[in-house]
Structures are given as C-alpha cells and as structure tokens.
Design a protein around this ligand. Structure first.
Ligand code: NAD
Length: 286
C-alpha cells in the first residue's frame, strides 16, 4: 500500500508545506493536511472552488488529491489548554477537535495509521522586533508555535505512526548565523527546533524506529515570510551570493522532503539538511 502523510501547516499554495504535499503525492503518498484554524475556511473554499487547480498539477499531469483537511492549532495540546476567549472566538467556535491531541485522534479514527509526519509551520508575533526589544511573552509565543509545536505533534502522532516511518520539519539558518530582521525570538525558536531534531531522532529512533530530520531551507516568498518584511531582500541576497545563482523553488525543498521520508534515506536521522543553493557554505557575501 502507498504511504500516508500528515502535513501540518498548509493554508495556501505558496508555502513549503504545499510543495512538500505535492512532491509526496507525486511519489504516490496519500495526503492529509492540518490547516491553522483561522485560515481553514478560506483554504477549504479556495480548494473547492478550484483556485488551486493550476498548482495542484503533478508531473504526470494528474491533480494532487488532498484526502482530508483537518483544522489544527498547534499551540494547544489538549482542549483543557484552550483559553475561554479562544474557545468563544467565532473562527475557532466554527470548527472542533483542532488541538494537537484531538487532531491525532481524528486521524486515527479516520485512517488508523500514518507513515509520514511533516511540520511546516511557524509563528512569532514579534518577528519584526530585534531580540533586544522582544518581550518575554513574544519570545515564548515564538517558541511555543514554532518549536514546541513540533515536539507536541510528534508526541501525539508517534503512537499512530508505522515503524519505519519518518518525520521532518523546516528550519532556517538564522538559528546558527546572524540574520538581522529575523527577530522576536524566531532565531531562538529555530535553534531549539534543530537541537530537538537530534534528541527526538534518538528517542523516536530507539523507541519506534522512526527517523527525524529537518530541512534548513533558503528564502521563499511565502505568506509567512512576507509577514516578516525582509523576504525580497533575502531572496536577492541569496541570488547574488550563493554558490548556485538561481532562484530557489519550493519544489526543490519538496523533493528533498520526499527523499528524506522515503527508504532511500533509511540511514539519515537527526540531520539538518540544507536546501538553499549552498548559501550556508559561504563565509562572506561576494
Ligand atoms: P507558510 O505561510 O506557507 O506556512 C506557515 C504555516 O503555518 C501557515 O499555513 C500558517 O497558517 C501556519 N500556522 C501558523 N501558526 C500555526 C499554529 N499555531 N497552528 C497551526 N498552523 C499554524 O510559510 P512557509 O514560509 O512555507 O513556512 C513553512 C515553514 O518553513 C516554517 O517552519 C518556516 O519557518 C520555514 N521556513 C521558511 C522559509 C522562507 O523563506 N519562507 C525559510 C526557511 C524555513
């Protein structure tokens, strides 16, 4: 039977999550996605109305099928964690079972098991502020949405992952080098995500034979990246300074993700894999 993937963090056809879904679908996987609750309605109605049909096209000419879209808010683990004002919020009250635990339970009820778990989400409310101006609340929110969300997803989905399965997340080089403009504790959150990748690879490998890796991706003009405000500058910088002077396409990250979660990568775990036209290897821009 084909593999089944759950991809958390798809809400339009511009980001890395969408590209990863396509590469996995092209390789024959069944696609389930987790979509942030506030973005759910617009994503589902756009899908239904055919707005994404052009970008659903796979190399063989068929259209990617998304078997099911699950509402998800990865900053809440269980229903008990959800504050009253969020419960009462119109956008959240319109759907249910969107905490991490409930989403995993729903997938289990619907499909039993999965083989592949993808974390392609991040959020830092103070991302435009330098670290020195970041509040404790903003810093912890960045870590909660961008780092712990992965620990939580893996923790809740591992019980329904088949042995031999694999998981990946997306990180950014601001975790290890200074990238002015990537603020609000987001650089810290990515450093945590990369460190956790190693520890989770150990724990998930020993206990469940599951591999855990992260892709350090180059700049892409996604919705999330545009909110940071400096993405065009980063894309231009990469084009000018990377060993490969070409635009980075989301598909290149998608294809690497498909490799990392497939048996061809059966000995790779705990790794940070750069998909950035080689920019990470440069010492100075030139
Ligand atoms: P994107 O906007 O396509 O994806 C981010 C997704 O996270 C969105 O769908 C958003 O709805 C979702 N999200 C935010 N908070 C959430 C929450 N609490 N619960 C569930 N979902 C939530 O943008 P993207 O740039 O493709 O981001 C995907 C991943 O790639 C992120 O981890 C990002 O940090 C990483 N990344 C992006 C770049 C880049 O330049 N775009 C570079 C390196 C790494």
């Amino acid at each position: 039977r084909g593999k089944r993937a759950f991809i958390a963090g798809v809400a339009d056809d511009n980001g890395y999550g969408w590209a990863i879904a396509k590469s996995l679908a092209a390789a024959g996987a069944e696609i389930l996605v987790g979509t942030w609750v506030p973005a759910l309605n617009i994503f589902e109605s756009s899908l239904r109305r055919g707005k994404f049909d052009a970008s659903r096209k796979l190399p063989d000419g068929s259209l990617m099928e998304i078997t099911k879209v699950y509402p998800l808010d990865a900053v809440y683990d269980t229903l008990e964690d959800v504050p009253e004002d969020v419960k009462a919020n119109k956008r959240y009250a319109g759907s249910s079972k969107w905490t991490v635990q409930e989403a995993a339970e729903s997938v289990k009820q619907d499909f039993g098991t999965i083989d592949i778990l993808v974390h392609s989400l991040a959020n830092g409310p103070e991302v435009t502020k330098p670290l020195l101006e970041t509040s404790r609340k903003g810093y912890l929110a960045a870590i909660s949405a961008s780092s712990y969300s992965y620990v939580s997803l893996l923790k809740h989905f591992i019980p329904i992952m088949n042995p031999g399965g694999a998981s990946i997340s997306l990180t950014y080089i601001a975790s290890e080098r200074i990238i002015p403009g990537y603020g609000g504790g987001m650089s810290s959150a990515k450093a945590a995500l990369e460190s956790d990748t190693r520890v989770l690879a150990f724990e998930a490998g020993r206990r469940h034979k599951i591999r855990v890796n992260t892709i350090s991706a180059g700049p892409l003009g996604s919705r999330a990246a545009k909110a940071i405000g400096f993405i065009d500058k980063m894309i231009d910088y990469s084009f000018a300074n990377a060993p490969l002077q070409k635009e980075l396409s989301a598909d290149e990250v998608g294809n690497t993700a498909a490799f990392l979660v497939c048996p061809l990568a059966s000995a790779i775990t705990g790794a940070v894999v750069y998909v950035d036209n080689g920019l990470n290897a440069m010492g100075v821009g030139i």
